[in-house]
Design a protein around this ligand. Structure first.
Ligand code: ADP
Ligand code: MG
Length: 347
């Protein structure tokens, strides 16, 4: 019997996850599994009032980081913080991680100490207990797998599926910086490969390079929301780009959205660098990934408390599903938002 071969890139990352898990009833055996696949973290009931949140991410050399421009300390730090961000994206504070690594003998003990210095710095910064993991050999490169956990009140957890028409769409921080930082790092690596005597010119790009190499989970925003007694109606962290994350919220909540391009927060350094590299800054914000900011929706009644907040920007509002997902451009036309996001399987 001949079996046809389907290339992974015909499905893409999200299509592949859906395909492999379709028709799977395995996830509903335990009543304590409140939420399985489909959000930033799984939700496991702990008590009547509280649940555990669990999320895991792989961080792979040559796919997610390049040792030519990322110091090992940063790699360790980022491997932790991107996982903490997924717990924050449930409107919760992370508390523990496990760390598993596979390393080739290309790495010395000193190199791994450096990696761990970054891991420990992140744990200290965010008061995280490192509670276990696994260590094994790898034939090629460095693989880091981290699982993050946290506990939250059941009625404070924000899912991707709770957005309602007329809710206000907000983002934390600014967007597109991590993507532009990556473009600068790639450019400097190419210059260096062509001429190893050349020193990388990064001082002018500290902010955006920092956004790429050292992302921070926005647990500060989670605390601010709690202080104001606000539970977002939906929330997701921005790992693949605003457009892709907005689509996840809209699909899962069965709503549409209108994002006002002019309102999307873009740091001036991101803006300048994008223009100098002939990249539309708005495209960097919409489709660049890895900012690890939070995208969330709030009920209109909650808006007053967040108005003028320096780190939270309203960028649009939720509409009904038949309205689709649209961007109001600075020229005042509306265009459908297309999620490019990252597709590691693309050739
Ligand atoms: P995030 O970008 O927030 O880390 P992902 O896009 O990686 O989220 O994953 C989306 C959802 O799919 C999550 O609930 C995740 O646990 C689940 N998922 C990803 N890969 C797999 C897999 N191989 N098997 C089962 N579930 C998966
Ligand atoms: Mg996420």
């Amino acid at each position: 019997m001949s079996k046809t071969r389907t290339e992974i890139n015909t499905l893409g990352e999200f299509g592949l996850i859906e395909h492999l898990n379709q028709n799977n009833t395995l996830f509903h055996e335990h009543s304590l599994t409140r939420k399985a696949i489909g959000d930033d973290a799984a939700v496991l009931q702990k008590t009547e009032q509280e649940s555990w949140l669990v999320s895991t991410d792989l961080f792979i050399e040559g796919i997610h980081f390049d040792l030519a421009y990322a110091p090992l300390k940063n790699i360790g730090y980022k491997a932790v913080t991107i996982n903490l961000s997924d717990i924050a994206a449930m409107n919760a504070i992370p508390s523990q991680i496990t760390v598993s690594i596979a390393v080739s003998n290309r790495f010395s003990v000193e190199a791994l100490e450096e990696l761990y210095e970054g891991i420990k710095t992140a744990c200290k910064q965010y008061q995280i207990d490192l509670i276990g993991g696994d260590t094994t050999a790898s034939q090629a490169g460095l693989i880091i797998s981290i699982t993050a956990m946290g506990v939250a009140n059941n009625d404070k957890i924000s899912y991707r599926n709770g957005a309602k028409a007329n809710d206000i769409i907000c983002v934390s921080g600014d967007l597109g910086g991590a993507y532009m930082g990556l473009q600068v790092l790639i450019r400097e690596k190419e210059v260096w490969l062509a001429n190893p005597q050349m020193q990388p010119q990064l001082t002018d790009f500290q902010y955006i390079v920092g956004r790429q190499l050292k992302p921070e989970p926005r647990t500060d925003i989670i605390k601010e929301l709690a202080k104001n007694n606000i539970v977002p109606t939906s929330m997701i962290d921005i790992s693949d780009g605003l457009a892709s994350e907005m689509m996840h919220i809209c699909q899962q909540s069965n709503v549409g959205a209108l994002i006002v391009g002019d309102r999307i927060p873009i740091h001036e350094k991101t803006y300048e660098t994008a223009l100098s590299m002939q990249i539309n800054p708005l495209t960097a914000a919409l489709n660049g990934g890895e900012d690890y900011e939070l995208l969330f929706t709030i009920a209109q009644k909650d808006y007053a408390a967040l108005e003028n907040h320096p780190n939270i920007t309203p960028i649009g509002y939720i509409t009904t599903p038949e309205k689709g997902i649209y961007l109001q451009t600075p020229q005042d036309t509306t265009v459908p938002i297309q999620a490019q996001g990252w597709n590691h399987f693309q050739k």
